[in-house]
Write a protein that binds this ligand. Structure first.
Ligand code: PMP
Length: 305
């Protein structure tokens, strides 16, 4: 496997960082998670929202006082090259990470220089997308914007996600749902959340301490095209238990129906019709099967382009 490291595409085994690396100690790295989907029938491979993920990364690194040499266009091109060179003919996950490479002690964001590394790995379903998953409300609270901003994909912030997810797994659930400091629903450990009540889709707003998810945005687009009403507002824990449908969404998670929260069955305990409808459209769209959503895709293998 090849990776992008210090401005070059090189062998994975040659891409090493020192144990003295500043960001390794303080969690001051910002990463992204991008997917590329392989369609066996048409032998095509498309990156999903590649530009949007790198735009988010370039916007977000500013907050940690980071700068990288690569432009948006270069990052997209490097990513295409990497997936091609690694000869992936399967669904892949692409992980860019920007970090302070300096071998220096002190948790600060000035006086250091940032670098980007990018690697790819085959990735099927990260969590179940068919039968529905069991979730647990975490006893860990989501970070607030004035602690570690949840709007940025900061490496160190994922300690919060890891604690929540581990607690859920140990309790026999598949995934955690995390509340914010007000006790309202924020998101999953690494997914945004939607509920359905009376045929309306509801998702927490940006002021509820969530990541501004790219899949969340895509789902709002699908819903609008289906004439399904979408509300962005705070959701209480109780409203979750009595929702008609719930699903989690994210680049890794894709769309994952939630059929149980804290041992309470959601509606019939089966994935609901609106969730299934949106899921079907999403999975067709990411494989290039829906014309109006092809602007979501970056062709990586496509004989027609
Ligand atoms: N929330 C968190 C905390 C995440 O880590 C992710 C995954 N990136 C998401 C939501 C979903 O975001 P996206 O749809 O942009 O992948």
């Amino acid at each position: 496997m090849k990776v992008y490291f210090r401005g070059k595409i090189i062998e994975d085994n040659d891409a090493k960082i020192s144990i003295r690396t500043n960001s390794f100690h303080y969690g001051t790295a910002i990463f992204e998670g991008i997917r590329a989907y392989y369609n066996k029938d048409s032998d095509t491979m498309y990156g999903l929202f590649v530009k949007e993920h790198y735009q988010r990364l370039l916007r977000n690194i500013k907050v940690l006082n980071m700068n990288i040499n690569e432009s948006l266009e270069e990052l997209i091109e490097i990513t295409k090259q990497l997936v091609l060179i690694n000869q992936h003919k399967e669904d892949v996950y692409i992980r860019p990470i920007v970090y302070f490479a300096d071998e220096a002690i002190s948790p600060k964001l000035v006086g250091y220089s940032a670098e980007i590394a990018i690697f790819t790995l085959p990735l099927g379903n990260y969590i179940d997308t068919d039968d529905g998953i069991k979730t647990k409300i975490a006893s860990w609270t989501r970070l607030k914007d004035n602690m570690i901003p949840p709007m940025l994909k900061i490496a160190g912030a994922y300690v919060n996600s890891a604690l929540a997810k581990t607690e859920a797994l140990k309790a026999g659930a598949d995934e955690a749902i995390v509340l914010n400091q007000d006790g309202n629903i924020a998101e999953g450990s690494a997914e945004n959340i939607f509920i359905v009540r009376n045929n309306t889709l509801i998702t927490p707003s940006l002021s509820d301490d969530i990541l501004e998810g790219i899949t969340r945005h895509a789902i709002k687009t699908i819903a609008k095209d289906l004439n399904i009403n979408v509300e962005e507002r705070s959701i209480s824990r109780t409203e979750l238990y009595i929702a008609d449908e719930i699903f989690l969404c994210g680049t890794g998670a894709q769309i994952s129906p939630v059929v149980e929260v804290d041992g309470i069955k959601i509606n019939t305990g089966k994935p609901g019709p609106i969730t299934n409808q949106i899921k079907q459209i999403y999975f067709d769209a990411v494989k290039g099967k829906i014309e109006k959503y092809t602007n979501w895709l970056t062709p990586i293998i496509d004989k027609n382009h």
